[in-house]
Design a protein around this ligand. Structure first.
Ligand code: ZN
Length: 381
């Protein structure tokens, strides 16, 4: 059944030819966008929805979350807000709680967070394993994630489990664990950081994953400068995420590569780091994505609007850059072009704001502006 969405005050298509349209309409046919253009030229449809001058944009593409977890880290957050530094080791708390949870509890918690994100306009979401860290626990995390999320990433190399030997653990990740998880995931990722995995260990994990046909992602340069960005570019990873501390060579490497720099402002704020240098990356010509990094430790938000607001108000991105990065940029970081766009052939993932333009995302910080959401052509709210 075709649905005509008309009365669109401002339509963000992200398509270079269609651009941003005023007085626009959109036709959804089943799970796909069938038509986008000026309202006066819109074809007929079975159903008509008038959005009365509101802004319409593609649903958010959140290309970085960690939502297969159990437990809570409120106490760690309180300690951090009282002045304690963030360290990678806090992940172990969530690992214990995740291992102790049943499959049903993990699935219900994941579903609750994905629904929470969708209610705020997120229509395509990546999530990761990484709180299991045994063959069985990583495999079940991947299986549970695959039933709910659009994209699933294997992050067995999130942390060396407490008490384990790092090299033997990397052997396990590259061998038996990867074999068990591979059928359920499209991507592999590694936390390349002091306190997690060093350059050689990270390279081993990524190369083993690439040999099995998985796409690559890297957590890098979160807590200080390091080899993460360089490694990601060398191995043609789809994305290197965090990018909070970058050398000039890192910025240049990203600008001349196909690797997206995914910045995670909610995480930078929640860990009281400085914000990633998105302006510097954009000015150098790098492709920037914005994602939530939703996880119970360092960034417990599913709000992409909050990330966009922060990117504009504090990271000196323009409104259009921030909106692109949170939609088409996220899609680029997942090497997709079926989401993040509103043009014929794209997935019918539509976000209607209760505002006349996307500018209001930054102009009215903190105000919930999601008015309606369609995902794969189905109206969610
Ligand atoms: Zn992360």
């Amino acid at each position: 059944m075709a649905v005509l969405i008309t009365g669109i005050g401002e339509l963000t298509t992200n398509d270079p030819e269609l651009g941003k349209l005023r007085g626009a309409a959109l036709v959804l046919d089943g799970e796909t966008v069938a038509w986008a253009g000026p309202a006066a030229q819109a074809p007929d449809a079975d159903e008509r929805v008038d959005v009365e001058g509101r802004a319409v944009l593609p649903g958010w593409v959140d290309s970085h979350t960690h939502l297969v977890f159990a437990g809570d880290r409120t106490a760690e957050f309180e300690a951090r807000m009282a002045g304690q530094a963030y360290a990678a080791g806090g992940i172990a708390v969530t690992v214990d709680a995740t291992r102790a949870a049943s499959d049903e509890q993990l699935a219900a918690n994941l579903r609750r967070h994905v629904e929470e994100a969708a209610a705020q306009g997120t229509t395509c979401l990546e999530t990761k394993t990484g709180y299991g860290l045994t063959v069985a626990d990583e495999a079940r995390s991947a299986r549970i994630a695959g039933a709910v999320a659009d994209e699933v990433t294997f992050l067995g190399a999130h942390l060396v489990p407490p008490g384990a030997d790092a090299e033997s653990y990397v052997d396990l990740v590259c061998g038996e664990m990867l074999d068990a998880v591979a059928p359920h995931v499209r991507w592999a990722d590694v936390f390349c950081e002091t306190g997690a995995f060093d350059e050689a260990q990270s390279a081993r994990v990524l190369k083993a994953a690439a040999e099995r046909g998985l796409g690559l992602r890297v957590h890098g340069n979160q807590l200080g400068e390091g080899p993460g960005v360089r490694l990601a570019v060398e191995l043609d990873a789809a994305s290197v995420d965090h990018c909070t501390y970058l050398s000039d060579a890192d910025v240049e490497a990203l600008a001349s590569s196909n690797t997206v720099a995914t910045v995670l402002p909610a995480c930078d704020l929640s860990t009281r780091q400085s914000l990633a240098p998105a302006r510097r990356l954009l000015d150098a010509g790098a492709t920037v994505a914005l994602a939530s990094n939703a996880n119970p430790g360092s960034s417990y938000t599913t709000s992409m609007a909050f990330c966009v607001t922060t990117a504009v108000l504090q990271m000196r991105m323009t409104i259009d850059e921030a909106v692109w990065s949170a939609t088409a940029g996220g899609a680029r970081a997942l090497r997709r072009d079926d989401v993040g766009y509103l043009r014929p052939g794209a997935r019918a993932d539509v976000h209607v704001l209760d505002a006349p333009s996307t500018t209001h995302l930054a102009y009215r910080p903190g105000v919930p502006l999601t008015h309606a959401v369609w995902r794969k052509g189905a109206k969610l709210r």
